[in-house]
Design a protein around this ligand. Sequence first.
Ligand code: GRF
Length: 187
Amino acid sequence: MVKKIKTCVFISGNGSNLNSLIKSSKAHNFPIKIELVISNNLKSDGLKIAKKNGINSIFVIYKNRIKFEKLCLNKIKKNKIKFICLAGFMKILSFNFIKKFPNKIINIHPSILPKYKGLNTHKRVLKNNEKYSGCTIHYISSTLDSGKIILQKKILIKKNETEKSLKAKVLRLEHKAYPEAIVSLFG
Ligand code: GRF
């Protein structure tokens, strides 16, 4: 039996990537075990997903970054967390927080970085008539969507692609890519 790395997932919304990570982590040889889920949004569906799977999940109010991070650090220490996955987490972590976990915080972004950092990626990708889009799993650094790349996957954009269809297509890709990236790190 592999000794799984105690992991925390940060979310803000739907939690479909969280769901795919939970599913993957049920395999006996998957390198991480999700022991904690933190959401800055009380209404996040991801909180329900965590609960359904018996994972310790908490809502941490984000009034300001210092307080938020202090509360998170507390929980992370208590749960002996060694690895952090951001999955649709819509806040930016401070340099002070990041440097406490060198090469231990990763994120998924719905574009082929370094192109289309930030928000509204699909809209911008379509506006620019790109042929391909995709997703990137990368380490977190103090600049947004700029840390070292771990894995990228791409898909072809159809002629009649809409923002909605592209989002759904990229999400399906993300659900495969995120677990794969984690295996590539520890496998
Ligand atoms: C994903 O597209 C992810 O790449 C981005 O936010 C979205 C989160 O989706 N960072 P979900 O909450 O995992 O469904």
